[in-house]
Ligand binder design. Sequence first.
Ligand code: ATP
Length: 515
Amino acid sequence: MASQEDVFKKLVAHCKEYGFVFPSSEIYDGLGAVYDYGQNGVELKNNIKKYWWDSMTLLHENVVGIDAAIFMHPTTWKASGHVDAFNDPLIDNKDSKKRYRADVLIEDLIAKYDEKINKEVEKAAKRFGDSFDVELFKQTNPRVLEHAKKRDEIHERFAKAMNDNDLAELKQIIIDYEVVCPISGTKNWTDVRQFNLMFSTEMGSTAEGAMKVYLRPETAQGIFVNFLNVQKTGRMKVPFGIAQIGKAFRNEIVARQFIFRMREFEQMEMQFFVRPGEELKWFEHWKQFRMRWHQALGFGEKKYRFHDHDKLAHYANAATDIEFEMPFGFKEVEGIHSRTNFDLSQHAKYSGKKIEYFDPELNQSYTPYVIETSIGVDRMFLSVMAAAYTEEQLEGGDSRVVLRIPPVLAPVKACIMPLVKKDGLPEKAREIMDELKFHFHCAYDEKDSIGKRYRRQDAIGTPFCVTVDHDTLNDNCVTVRDRDTMQQTRVAIADLQKMIDEKINMRNLFKEIVK
Ligand code: ATP
């Protein structure tokens, strides 16, 4: 069986070969952690965004959208804490000239001790068979105890150094435990420095005094600074939410794993404003709603889990991630955070404006608390592709690669194919296409054998192939082939649109989510 790493490599290659994702400016050898979406990728991405947007704004009459600019007044980022604290600690190896995140090097070191312990346990389990008591073994085996002691020691020093922002101590841990650079194999490290992840640029000509502005590292602040605008003009009553989809930029130090960690990416965020004291109830509500949104796609419950944060950001009083099982393990796709009234209060303080809500029911003014749901479009895209990518052995020794993308998200919904390129079949196929194209995205293909054409559509995840044959001219029926079951059914042309719509319309998923 292919290893997970191989599967991931194949998936990346497939994304490129079939027009989903290309490296940015590839003819110049690409740009680190920046990607372009191709002709099929953009359709899938747009469908993901629509699925999210409609689930927020159609299903909730108290959630409205905005589209804020990427550039914001620089004080925004002072107030939000990003100028001072949106940092990662970095360290360079002087020999390989490679850059690492010091915290990640230490986390990997801790993981190595965990691995060592697991290996001892596995070995012993084999030796002792059924009578093996894991807990007893872990509490008594001298080698395991020694590894556990080391791991706890490092963990304790690491947690303290991170909390105290003690960069010298982070380096000392790396030195004391002899962490080597995986490339050069040496321990020749620079000091640890804080690295701010925000990109900056200049706005205005230098003659009139240029201003340093940032490319937003999250979309959320565009919502906070517009809180009063939306609340007043929309006459919104707490609780209510503001949703937004847009680009965000982070100068990630180590950018690996394809579109999982990018320097330019897209977020779908919703801030839900509530009465102080009711935030944990709403936190639970949105946690469940967001999980149902994911699960309605049908990849199976086992693919998802919640991961609660042990260490909360100073402004948060509850936080959890929705993790998805990627080919490289369970990874965060979405964060759900209870952010208290931190952001609105900070913006009130820095702008000198009163940012409050008068609650007519309580007859009192307050700064609302916020529940945020924040999901990366690109990570969602990757999770869909990873779960959809399937290599299948067929009867008769044949094989196929099929993307089992949920039909509601598939880039192309139906491909119309005349069996042969003559006898009036192409004209009939075009006639069908000309009607269906008003309803959903269709493709037309008349080249090569039907078998080859099916494979091409399987590879981009098209749920239906519609074949026009000689009988069609007499009975006005077509053969519809299902992507997943490969079963073929005869359908009247008059029923085609309704039949396909039933499978690809998001309304069925939405009904499931709000149940
Ligand atoms: P991580 O710990 O993986 O860096 P984060 O906790 O910093 O992520 P948030 O700030 O909570 O992420 O951002 C919300 C969402 O935005 C994430 O769940 C993820 O889907 C997406 N996201 C964040 N950073 C990136 C990135 N560099 N590339 C792609 N998506 C990202």
